[in-house]
Design a protein. Structure first.
Length: 590
C-alpha cells in the first residue's frame, strides 16, 4: 500500500521528476509571457479549484462526513495531475491550443494553491480523529507549520525574493564562467545542484518544490543558457518521470481494492464525472469553443500527485482518518491511471468530429521559438548569414559555445543561446523539429561533420547548409549529406580576384564574367572531384584534367577581355616609361 515506508521513499524520489518538468516548463515561459497569462491563471485556475472544492465538499458532507473533513477532501481532490497532463500536452503537441494553454494555467494555479491548503488544514483538526501514523509522519511540512506565522511569512518572502535575485544577477555570471571552461559535465552538475538546492530550500519553508523550480525556470527563460539547460536536464526528467509513473502504479493498495471493488469504482467514476462537469462549466465561462472545452475537461478530470502529500498531512493533523485517506488515495491513483485512456478516447473518437475547430490561442498569448532557421555558430561567418536573413525579416535562432562571444553580441541586442550545437538534445530544444533550415557555421571541422550526420538522422526534414574550411572538408560534409556547402574563404577570394582584374584594366562586366566562369567551373569541378575522392591516383589525374579544362574555358570565354588586358597593360607600361622622362609630369597630367 501507499503508506508503506518503501513506497513513500520511492515516491519522494520520483516526485523529483515532476520538479524537473516544472523547471523545464518555466524555461519556456519568459516573465512577459507569464504576465500576459495572469488572467487565465487566476480566472480559470481559481474558478476550477473553488467550484471543484464546493461540489466535492458538498457531496462528501451529504454522505455524513464532518464539514471540516468534507472541506479538506474537496480541496485535495480539486487538484489535477501536473505530471500526466503536461506530459500528454507535450507528446501530442497540444500545448499551443487554447485548451492546452487553459489546462496549463489551471495546473499552475493548483501548484500555487497547495501552499494555502497546507496552511489551512491544521485549523480543520477534529479531536475525535486519532493522529495519523506512517505516511503522515513522513511529511516534512509539519516543521514549517510549527513556526510562528510572521516568521514563516518572512521566510517564504525571503526564499522567493532570493530565487528571483539569484536568477537575475548571480546565475548568469556563474553559468558564463562555467561555459568558458567548456566542461559539459561541470555545466550539468551545476544545473542539477541549482535545482536540488531550490527543492530543499522550498521544502524547508513549506512551499511546493515544483513551484520553486518553476519560478527559477521562468527567471532563467531570458538567459542565453536556456537551451543548454533544457538539453542537459531533459534525460534526467524522462528517467525520473518514468519512475514517478511506476511508483504511482506501485502505490495502489490492491488489498483495499479487492475488499471494496464496487465502492472504489463508484468513487472513481463520481470524481471523474464531477470534475469533468466543473471543467466544462469553467471552459464555458471563459468562452472556449466546444472542441477546446471537451479537450480541457478530458485532460484535467483526475486527481493529482499532491493528493498523496496533502492526505498524509491531513492525517497527521487529525483532519481525515487514516482509513478514509487510504481509500481516497486509491481513488486518486485509479483516476490518474485512467487519464491516458480518457485522452486516447478523446483523441480517437471525439476530436476527429471537430476537425479544424480546435483553435490556437490568440497570437499575443503564444511566445514561440520555432523560427524557420537555426544558425549554429555565431562567429565571423554565422554573423554575416544571420544579418542578411534578418535584414529581410527572416527570424533565426542563434547557437554558440563561446560564452565571451555571446556576452559581446548581447550588448548589441542580439540574442544568442549558449550550447554545444552538435548535441541532438540542444537542437531539439532550439526548435529543430519545426525549423526549415539548419546553417552549420561552427569553427570545428569534426563537429560540423558530426552535426550533419546527427541532423540527417534525427531531423531528416531540415535542409542543411554547412561551412567548409577547405576542399577536403567540403568532401567530408558532402559525404555526410549536407545539401549546400560553402567554403569559408572561397567567396571572398573570388571577390578579391574580380577587383584585381578591374585594377589590371578589365571593365566591370568582363571582370565579373571571368569571375563567374571560374566560380561555376570550380563548383562543377568540386562535384566531379568528389566522385573520385579517396583514390589518390584517380584524383590526381582528374585534378590535372580539371586545370586544363579551366584554362581552356577561360581562354575561350574571355578573348575580348584578354585583348583589353594586354592593351591596358601596354598603356600602363607606356605611362610609367613617360613618367621617367624629363618633364613627364605635364604629359602625365594631360
Amino acid at each position: 500500500g501507499f503508506v508503506g515506508d518503501e513506497g513513500q521513499d520511492v515516491m519522494h524520489f520520483a516526485e523529483f521528476g515532476v520538479v524537473l518538468m516544472l523547471f523545464l516548463v518555466g524555461l519556456e515561459l519568459e516573465p512577459s509571457v507569464l504576465w500576459r497569462m495572469r488572467v487565465p491563471i487566476l480566472g480559470m485556475g481559481g474558478s476550477q479549484v473553488l467550484l471543484s472544492t464546493a461540489v466535492i465538499g458538498v457531496v462528501a458532507f451529504s454522505f455524513g462526513l464532518e464539514w471540516q473533513t468534507a472541506l479538506a477532501v474537496g480541496l485535495i481532490l480539486s487538484l489535477s495531475s501536473t505530471a500526466i497532463v503536461l506530459q500528454s500536452l507535450k507528446e501530442r503537441g497540444w500545448m499551443t491550443t487554447a485548451a492546452g494553454r487553459g489546462g496549463f494555467s489551471v495546473l499552475l494555479f493548483q501548484d500555487v494553491a497547495v501552499i494555502p491548503m497546507l496552511a489551512v488544514l491544521p485549523f480543520l483538526a477534529l479531536p475525535e480523529i486519532g493522529a495519523g501514523t506512517g505516511a503522515g509522519d513522513a511529511v516534512s511540512h509539519g516543521a514549517a507549520h510549527s513556526r510562528p506565522g510572521w516568521l514563516q511569512a518572512l521566510m517564504v518572502l525571503g526564499v522567493v525574493a532570493g530565487i528571483w535575485v539569484a536568477g537575475r544577477f548571480l546565475l548568469r555570471p556563474v553559468f558564463r564562467w562555467i561555459a568558458a571552461t567548456r566542461s559539459q559535465e561541470l555545466f550539468m552538475a551545476t544545473a542539477l545542484t541549482l535545482i536540488v538546492g531550490i527543492t530543499l530550500e522550498m521544502e524547508f519553508v513549506g512551499l511546493s518544490p515544483a513551484l520553486g523550480t518553476f519560478m527559477a525556470g521562468v527567471v532563467l527563460a531570458e538567459s542565453e543558457f536556456r537551451h543548454e539547460l533544457e538539453a542537459n536536464i531533459e534525460p534526467f526528467k524522462g528517467l525520473l518521470l518514468g519512475l514517478f509513473f511506476i511508483s504511482v502504479g506501485a502505490s495502489l493498495d490492491f488489498a483495499l481494492v479487492a475488499a471494496n471493488p464496487g465502492l472504489i469504482l463508484a468513487l472513481v467514476a463520481a470524481l471523474i464525472i464531477a470534475k469533468f462537469g466543473v471543467l466544462l462549466l469553467v471552459g464555458r465561462i471563459f468562452q472556449l469553443n466546444l472542441a477546446d472545452n471537451l479537450m480541457f475537461a478530458f485532460l484535467l478530470a483526475q486527481g493529482g500527485e499532491f493528493a498523496f502529500l496533502l492526505f498524509s498531512f491531513a492525517t497527521q493533523n487529525r483532519v481525515v482518518s487514516p482509513e478514509l485517506a487510504n481509500l481516497l488515495i486509491v481513488v486518486v491513483v485509479l483516476t490518474m491511471i485512467a487519464t491516458p485512456i480518457l485522452i486516447i478516447v478523446y483523441d480517437r473518437l471525439i476530436r476527429p468530429r471537430f476537425t479544424g475547430c480546435v483553435s490556437a490561442p490568440p497570437e499575443e498569448e503564444i511566445e514561440s521559438d520555432s523560427n524557420p532557421v537555426i544558425i549554429a555558430g555565431y562567429g565571423r561567418f554565422g554573423q554575416v548569414v544571420s544579418r542578411l536573413l534578418r535584414a529581410d525579416g527572416i527570424h533565426t535562432t542563434l547557437l554558440d559555445h563561446d560564452s565571451g562571444q555571446i556576452e559581446m553580441t548581447g550588448r548589441f541586442g542580439y540574442k544568442v543561446f549558449y550550447g554545444d550545437a552538435s548535441r541532438v538534445q540542444l537542437l531539439q530544444s532550439a526548435g529543430a523539429e519545426e525549423a526549415r533550415l539548419l546553417v552549420i557555421a561552427i569553427d570545428d571541422r569534426e563537429k560540423a561533420v558530426q552535426m550533419v550526420v546527427s541532423a540527417k538522422q534525427f531531423f531528416p526534414h531540415l535542409k542543411l547548409l554547412a561551412r567548409a574550411f577547405d576542399r577536403s572538408h567540403a568532401y567530408e560534409l558532402m559525404d555526410a549529406g549536407a545539401e549546400v556547402i560553402t567554403r569559408e574563404t572561397f567567396g571572398s577570394a573570388l571577390m578579391m580576384g574580380e577587383e584585381a582584374l578591374k585594377l589590371l584594366g578589365y571593365d566591370d562586366a568582363s571582370a565579373y564574367r571571368v569571375m563567374r566562369t571560374f566560380k561555376r567551373h570550380d563548383e562543377d569541378g568540386l562535384k566531379k572531384l568528389y566522385e573520385v575522392w579517396g583514390d589518390d591516383n584517380a584524383y590526381g589525374l582528374r585534378i590535372r584534367q580539371y586545370v586544363e579544362d579551366l584554362e581552356k574555358v577561360l581562354k575561350d570565354d574571355s578573348n575580348d577581355s584578354e585583348a583589353k588586358f594586354r592593351k591596358a597593360w601596354k598603356h600602363m607600361q607606356g605611362a610609367e616609361a613617360r613618367r621617367e622622362e624629363p618633364g613627364s609630369e605635364k604629359s602625365g597630367d594631360t
